[in-house]
Design a protein around this ligand. Structure first.
Ligand SMILES: [Fe+2]
Length: 340
């Protein structure tokens, strides 16, 4: 017995040595998220595991196309996107593989991940209403559906219907009330627009502050960014508006995710799973979510100061997979509504 100890020790030492060089290997991450703190987080993963992270950044649709064209030889292990609709597109294209992970199933609420583990939500983005503090009493606000009524004629700002956040929101209305109700809703929103859609969500918030419209449908982090900004012009915008989270009395506010999936052809599948599990640890969750003033996917993790100021509210418990499933129908609904 005593003689075997040195042998075991040598084996362990040899494995450790290999680990420092190449045995732990790499994980190739294709990411549509572009935040400096994500890179810091990936370095922490390397430090903790010895696994090198190779990062390729591009838009989600471009990354999906790239993986498709690389085919079986794709080096991609993990794909990260910033919308459930795009994770659904990736899955629909057949480039994601199911993952069974007790750690991920325990950490991430069931509605924020694919039912069979094809992808996992890692942060939450909430599509709320930013209103003019001068011209709107928050007591007048209630639901997305109410914004389609005549009370809001020529008062609503929202970006174009080609934007995936609006496609996902419309898809969630279809999931909750059916296509006919979603059509009536989209018709009403298109009718109530204060101006033809232009710019991104931040532009809609600025338009409310500039009295071009009274209420805007935007992701919460765009307002959080302005709140965290030291630019006096941003602070003037913040002073003129308020944040409202609709549908508190029924299904809850529409929530979307940024998330990750393991690529079906991943050459480093085990490392890919470890990478996503790492991103779901409380420590990583805090950094990942705070990078863009998002809400963590994992409960009990701290949010940014600006986001903490929004208080607590209910989000829709619909599985975000339903958003992807209804996205093609949502596009047809918005098209018929002449939502530009
Ligand atoms: Fe965004």
């Amino acid at each position: 017995m005593h003689r075997r100890l040195p042998t075991a020790f040598v084996t362990v030492a040899l494995l450790a040595l290999l680990g420092l060089t190449s045995a732990q290997g790499v994980v190739n991450v294709y990411s549509a998220r572009h935040y400096d703190s994500d890179t810091t987080l990936f370095e922490a993963f390397t430090e903790a595991t010895g696994i090198e992270v190779n990062l390729i950044e591009a838009g989600a649709d471009e990354l999906i196309q790239r993986i498709l064209s690389e085919g079986a030889n794709s080096p991609a292990d993990v794909i990260i996107t910033v919308d459930a609709g795009r994770l659904w597109r990736a899955d629909d294209a057949g480039i994601l593989a199911p993952v069974e992970s007790d750690a991920l199933e325990a950490a991430i609420p069931a509605n924020l991940r694919h039912p069979d583990g094809h992808w996992f939500g890692l942060s939450q983005r909430v599509r709320g209403l930013v209103y003019s503090s001068d011209r709107v009493d928050p007591a007048e606000l209630s639901t997305y559906e109410d914004l389609a009524t005549d009370a809001w004629r020529d008062r609503v700002c929202v970006r174009s219907s080609t934007n995936i956040y609006n496609i996902s929101l419309t898809a969630s209305v279809i999931a909750s009330a059916g296509v006919d109700a979603a059509q009536a809703w989209a018709d009403g929103i298109a009718r109530n627009l204060a101006r033809s859609p232009q710019g991104g969500d931040t532009d809609q918030i600025r338009a409310v502050a500039a009295a071009e419209c009274d209420v805007a449908i935007v992701n919460h982090y765009y307002l959080a960014r302005l709140i965290a900004s030291s630019d006096p012009a941003d602070q003037a915008v913040v002073a003129a508006v308020g944040m409202f989270f609709p549908n508190q009395e029924d299904r809850g506010t529409h929530v979307n995710i940024s998330g990750a999936g393991v690529v079906a052809t991943a050459p480093n599948r085990e490392n890919a799973i470890r990478f996503i599990e790492f991103l779901a640890t409380p420590e990583a969750q805090e950094v990942f979510a705070k990078a863009n003033h998002e809400f963590p996917a994992v409960e009990g993790v701290a949010v940014s100061e600006a986001v903490a100021g929004f208080g607590t509210f209910r989000t829709d418990e619909l599985n975000v997979a339903a958003v992807g499933e209804n996205s093609a129908e949502a596009l047809r609904v918005m098209d018929r509504a002449n939502w530009p």
